[in-house]
Structures are given as C-alpha cells and as structure tokens.
Design a protein around this ligand. Structure first.
Ligand code: DQA
Length: 147
C-alpha cells in the first residue's frame, strides 16, 4: 500500500520556524521517522513538500491516478482560503486526512476556519508532529477494515 504525505507552504522551515507553535523537529526528521514507521507497517510512504498551490493540486490528482491508498495533508495557510485545494480533494476518491501541528483553534481567528476539512475524511489538530503518525495509523487501519 502506498500513502502520500503532502506538506504545504512554509513547512520546509519546520524546526526553524516559530518553534513555540511547531516544535523543534525538522521536516527531514519527520519524513524519515514517518517513513520508518510506514515501512514497519508494510506501507510505502511518498513524501512531498511544496510552497506552491498548483503543485499541491497536481500531487493530489497524481495520487489518485497512481493508485495511492490515501493522503496525509498539511495544507499550511492554504487550509484557510484555498478553494482550489478543496476542489482537488473533492475531485478524488482516495481518503485525505488533514493534519495541523499546532492547535489552530487556540490561535488567531483566521486559523479557526478550514475550507479544506469538510471534504477530507477527518482532521487532526494540535497534537504536534504526533498528528502525522496518528493520521498514518488511521489510514492503515481503515484500509485493513476495507480488505
Ligand atoms: C499549520 C497551521 C496553519 O494555520 C499555518 O498557516 C501553518 C501550519 C499547522 O500545522 O499547525 O503553516 O497548518
């Protein structure tokens, strides 16, 4: 089974960027640790990060066409206003789980709204980097239930 991890804008700066919100773990560390966890569960994890809306949309479409079983997506600030990413998620049938490292509900008002969440399978918020591991676990377990 193949799972795609997509991290959106500014998440390439993880570990350096506002550590009070996003912690000390770098994107490289996250991708390595999550890939290891995936491998232990016979999952092939593909990791992708982009600061560009269109590239994220392309990655979502390609995942569907390549038979990827599911997507773990942190759309960064696009969460709050990208109808184009929302439409891309709605256009595919593979499950997408939205992850936010920080508790967006405890932060500025504009972060309280997610335009993408309504078309995802579910959302994990505020649990730090652990949220990505929980999302992967959920996708693995849901896939097993379907088998
Ligand atoms: C974020 C929350 C967003 O509001 C913010 O723009 C990000 C990261 C998070 O993981 O907590 O870039 O998605």
């Amino acid at each position: 089974m193949k799972i795609l991890l997509i991290n959106g804008p500014n998440l390439n700066r993880l570990g350096k960027r506002e550590p009070e919100h996003y912690g000390q773990t770098t994107l490289e560390d996250l991708e390595q640790d999550l890939s290891k966890y995936a491998k232990e569960h016979n999952v092939q994890l593909e990791c992708f990060q982009s600061n560009h809306e269109g590239s994220i949309i392309d990655a979502i479409h390609e995942a569907q066409d390549k038979g990827t079983a599911g997507i773990i997506l942190n759309p960064g600030a696009f969460t709050h206003y990208s109808y184009a990413i929302r439409d891309a998620i709605a256009s595919i049938t593979r499950p997408v789980i939205e992850v936010h490292i920080s508790n967006v509900h405890a932060r500025e008002e504009f972060r309280h709204t997610s335009v993408t969440a309504p078309v995802t399978k579910g959302q994990i918020v505020g649990l730090g980097i652990q949220g990505y591991f929980l999302a992967l676990t959920a996708l693995i377990r849901q896939n097993k239930e379907r088998e």
